[in-house]
Design a protein around this ligand. Structure first.
Ligand code: UDP
Ligand code: MG
Length: 319
């Protein structure tokens, strides 16, 4: 193959946490990608997100076998997929960047289609899951979540899409500037804008190992998604507080009038309890919501770098 100055380079970013078992498949798939798309230069950028198994050793092996195409970043600990991707954005060399899961749940056969739309001028070709093999509960809750998010924000959000997408360099440069440490990258893709196009794909079953998400992590991601986009929940607490106070005031007037006219034959213990508990609940909710945002301000004002790396062996120098 002749090296052509105009040839574009595409980086495939593979964040991995305890994925040692997936490496034979990763190697097989990436070799295929390279063979089937010879018009591009390929870089496979692995990010080891503090794995406890032999993931790093596997990465080193791949790099040593073919240093031209394989590089890796070894993060100093487990930061979570969102931050692992941020590190990937910083070090990716390509004119385009494709993000894939290391468990190879994302089929490589949609890559040519992504490249096609990229060549047509789209900056963000995102893949939408066609049929999801997830449980009914997970599906329904994600549906509800998207609808809620969409109602509360003015940024259009792509449904049923994850991180599997091709980003143009312009998007990557934009994402690199968004340095918040509690990240919801799915929201950031929408926030930065640029020309988007969706394609469909069938999610494959996880081949090796098990899913790395715990339920609480998903809840955290969802809350992060809401609070990093919009202050609408703060408004909810204001409105709720206002309504409750108004109702309480009307009730108060009613009680005063009734007591003056008819006296107070029985002490109103139940009503008092209900009122106190209800108001207490609303206050706690509002405090919680404010707390979520305050917590965000706290973590962001510390201004810590998003991650530290133990080693990196590609060519890119971080600006
Ligand atoms: N992952 C990561 N850090 C983490 C958790 C996950 O880099 O702390 C990676 C993981 O190795 C995989 C991708 O993120 O490549 C998606 O994770 P997983 O397959 O467990 O999620 P699911 O497909 O179940 O949503
Ligand atoms: Mg997976």
């Amino acid at each position: 193959m002749i090296k052509d100055a105009k040839r574009k380079k595409v980086t495939i970013l593979l964040p991995a946490y305890n994925e040692e078992a997936s490496f034979p498949l990763i190697k097989e798939n990436m070799t295929k990608v390279m063979a089937e798309n010879p018009d591009y230069d390929w870089e496979f950028l692995l990010v080891n997100d503090g794995s406890r198994d032999n993931t790093l050793q596997q990465m080193i092996k791949l790099h040593n076998e073919d240093p031209e195409h394989w590089s890796y970043i070894d993060l100093s600990r487990n930061y979570g997929k969102e931050v692992a991707m941020m590190a990937g954005f910083d070090y990716a060399e390509g004119d385009g960047l494709i993000i894939m899961d290391s468990d190879m749940q994302h089929p490589i056969n949609v890559i040519p289609e992504m490249l096609k739309y990229w060549e047509e001028g789209y900056d963000d070709v995102y893949a939408r899951r066609k049929s999801s093999k997830e449980s009914w509960m997970k599906r329904k809750s994600s549906q509800l979540y998207y609808r809620l998010l969409q109602k509360m924000t003015h940024v259009p959000i792509q449904k049923d899409t994850g991180d599997f997408r091709l980003l143009d360099r312009s998007c990557v440069e934009a994402l690199k500037q968004l340095r918040e440490s509690e990240r919801n990258t799915k929201g950031l893709y929408s926030w930065i804008g640029f020309k988007k196009h969706g394609i469909e794909y069938e999610q494959l079953a996880r081949q090796e190992g098990e899913t790395k998400w715990r339920f609480m992590q998903l809840v955290e991601l969802a809350v992060n998604g809401l609070t990093s986009y919009t202050v609408a929940p703060l408004r909810i607490s204001t409105v709720l507080g206002l309504c409750v106070s108004l109702l309480a005031f009307i009730y108060l007037v009613y009680i005063v009038v009734r007591t003056t006219l008819f006296g107070d034959p029985v002490a109103g213990f139940p009503t008092i309890m209900v009122t106190i508990l209800f108001l207490g609940g609303v206050q706690l909710l509002s405090l919680g919501i404010i707390g979520e945002y305050l917590g965000k301000v706290f973590t962001e004002t510390k201004g810590r770098p998003g991650y530290f790396i133990s080693s990196y062996n590609g060519k890119k120098r971080k600006e």
